[in-house]
Design a protein. Structure first.
Lengths: 85, 202
């Protein structure tokens, strides 16, 4: 990317930009484009926000005690049998 | 609680008292947590999970792992295969390709592109919590090939390289699927914030 990207190019490479995978030169061109392009600037901001929220998604509560003590003993027996040389 | 997976594994192999139970908890926990993020629920997955765990504990003792990461990658692969097995048993599941076109911002009749910026919306806990729930649900609606990538990369926090190893796909494919998956999530959030805006909430 030797010159400032157009909006389509921005759109295609946003993930790379946000993940820090663009070269410093390419990233600088990205930012230069955003200075003059409100829609792209907003798109990137909302894209980053989306990823941030994804990072914060916890798990749904996991069920505990799915397996009985006997069933766990069975797993253990199988495991230790396979451990023998 | 033992948090070192390799140590827990080695202690279990050495049959130290309580070690297997500790290792079991860690393994089951990982597979379940991944399963919940990818499948959304495990109510009907118990049999598949049991099958998975039987195969896992049978195979593990014969395997050598260089480090914690190698064992972790192996367990993620097991978890992924378990999810695939669950899906195969569920009928009517159809996956589709996501194209960039469906997410590319369009223009109005005057050729103007308006992209609302909802990234700075109030940091109200309730809104943030709702938004996270929207993302969590949207992940479950992603076609499987994108969902695995997004869960591993953005929810589990693994690197592109690690995701590639787990899914046995080239990094270039991971990046493409990640990008489209993220665009899908963003679109769902955009819809949510637009609805809130039109209802007068912000």
């Amino acid at each position: 990317m030797g010159q400032e990207p157009n909006c389509d190019e921005m759109f295609e490479r946003i993930s790379e930009y946000v993940d820090g995978e663009l070269s410093p030169e390419a990233a600088a061109l990205f930012e230069a484009h955003c200075e003059d392009c409100g829609p792209c600037k907003n798109f990137i901001a909302t894209f980053k926000r989306t990823i941030q929220l994804a990072h914060e998604v916890g798990g749904s509560p996991c069920p505990s005690d799915l397996f009985s003590r006997d069933e766990i003993e069975e797993f253990k027996r199988l495991f230790l049998t396979e451990c023998k040389p | 609680m033992e948090t070192n997976l390799i140590k827990a594994f080695n202690d279990a192999k050495a049959a130290r008292p309580g070690a297997f139970e500790n290792f079991f908890d860690m393994v089951e926990g990982r597979i379940l947590r991944f399963g919940m993020r990818v499948c959304g629920h495990v109510d009907d997955a118990r049999d598949t999970l049991q099958e998975t765990l039987l195969n896992t504990f049978k195979a593990l003792p014969k395997l050598e792992f260089n480090d914690q990461k190698a064992l972790s990658v192996w367990l993620y692969r097991v978890a992924r295969n378990s999810c695939l097995l669950m899906r195969r048993k569920r009928e009517g599941v159809v996956d589709r390709e996501l194209s960039l076109t469906e997410f590319r911002p369009g223009s109005d009749e005057n050729g103007n592109r308006e992209i609302p910026d909802w990234s700075h919306l109030p940091e109200d806990d309730a809104v943030r919590s709702e938004a996270r729930e929207i993302v969590r649900q949207a992940v479950l609606e992603l076609p499987a090939q994108y969902r695995f990538v997004v869960v591993l990369r953005d929810l589990e926090g693994l690197s592109t390289k690690e995701v590639g190893e787990i899914l046995e796909l080239p990094e270039s494919t991971i990046k493409i699927r990640l990008h489209r998956g993220r665009l899908f999530l963003r679109k769902e959030l955009e819809r949510y914030f637009a609805d809130r805006g039109s209802k007068g909430g912000a």
